[in-house]
Design a protein around this ligand. Structure first.
Ligand code: FES
Length: 338
């Protein structure tokens, strides 16, 4: 066990060799900045003031270069302590909800087609999290964690998730074989993630979600509606067919109930002859055609990386600044869980 100190503050935490500097801080209540926890966003950038760390490979060279390494910078999510360590990093003004490790019981697994499962769990006590955050699952028999965003709003003992089924994925296989089913216990750790949504902001909020990327977006929209926000909420949701659209049933109901919510589902692979009366094509193309100019708005994107990248470009052309576009790319971790 080593010590990890934040330079210029009185914050010191215990750091284990097998835990990233970022996770050591988050689990002990020190509000380090972060987003992805996997070397892709650069938000956890810090200066190594003293000590030695081991860096995992895999950081995106576009956001963390060798020159930065030579300059003494580190990504706290990719580095593990080898000695006592001191880092210099600006702490976040607002603290994250405390990260907890707890067991939850699966109450229900509901399928929407073959690729999407909605898993509802019951926790022993209400879990504190912010809409848009995610939890790590340690399913029985799995050695590594998988991350899933909660799709319901905070405040109850229930947690609801949307799980995308990948061929060969460990959690996917357990669900498909019904080896992970109602009554089973899953060990959870979280919440993680730093999506920021302010229901009092005057601008419109534009959401673009693909597949199970709907989960954090649905949680944010549900919280916003329950806070009686007057913000205009425009949600473009892309999925393949009507079966998969079932996981957005509540959103369709809310759109009928709350005039400030505009819900625009888009199906990319619905059979031509079906009775689907809505939009067909890709969610980004539909957004490009229908959104119009949007000054002062903020956007929240969640889904596969190509969708997020294309949607970002379209939104910038529609008048949003890059700083007002919050992205959460879903990258499958099939190899790590297989
Ligand atoms: S690079 Fe995203 S949190 Fe570290």
């Amino acid at each position: 066990m080593f010590s990890l100190a934040i330079d210029g503050t009185d914050q010191v935490v215990a750091a284990r060799k097998e835990e990233s500097l970022l996770d050591a801080c988050l689990t002990q209540g020190v509000p380090l900045p972060y987003n992805c926890r996997s070397g892709e966003c650069g938000e956890c950038l810090a200066r190594l003031v003293r000590g030695k760390v081991r860096e995992l490979p895999g950081a995106d060279p576009a956001i963390f270069s060798d020159e930065m390494r030579r300059d003494g910078m580190i990504l706290t999510c990719m580095c593990y302590p080898e000695t006592d360590v001191v880092v210099s990093v600006p702490l976040r003004a607002t603290s994250h909800p405390q990260i907890q490790h707890f067991d939850a019981v699966i109450e229900r697994v509901k399928w929407f087609g073959e690729r999407t499962a909605q898993v509802t769990m019951r926790c022993p006590t209400p879990i504190s999290f912010r809409s848009g955050q995610y939890f790590e699952w340690f399913a029985p028999g799995t050695s590594s964690a998988r991350s899933y965003s909660a799709s319901n709003r905070p405040g109850s003992t229930q947690l609801e998730f949307l799980v995308r089924i990948y061929p060969g994925g460990r959690v996917s296989s357990l669900l498909q074989r019904h080896e992970l089913a109602a009554g089973d216990i899953v060990s959870l750790r979280g919440p993680f993630g730093s999506y920021v949504f302010n229901p009092d902001d005057p601008g419109a909020a534009i959401f673009v979600a693909g597949g199970t990327g709907l989960a954090p977006v649905k949680s944010i929209v549900e919280s916003a509606l329950s806070s009686e926000t007057s913000r205009k909420l425009i949600l473009f949701y892309g999925t393949r067919n009507m079966q998969e659209l079932g996981c957005a049933e509540e959103l369709q109901q809310w759109a009928g109930q709350y005039p400030q919510l505009q819900f625009i589902p888009v199906l990319s692979d619905e059979p031509e002859k079906s009775d689907w009366p809505g939009r067909r094509g890709t969610v980004v193309d539909i957004m490009k055609n229908e959104l119009g100019e949007q000054f002062g708005a903020q956007a929240y994107l969640c889904g596969p990386p190509p969708m997020v990248d294309l949607a970002t470009a379209v939104l910038e052309r529609s008048g949003l600044s890059r700083a007002d576009i919050y992205c959460d790319k879903f990258v499958p971790a099939v190899s790590s869980e297989a």
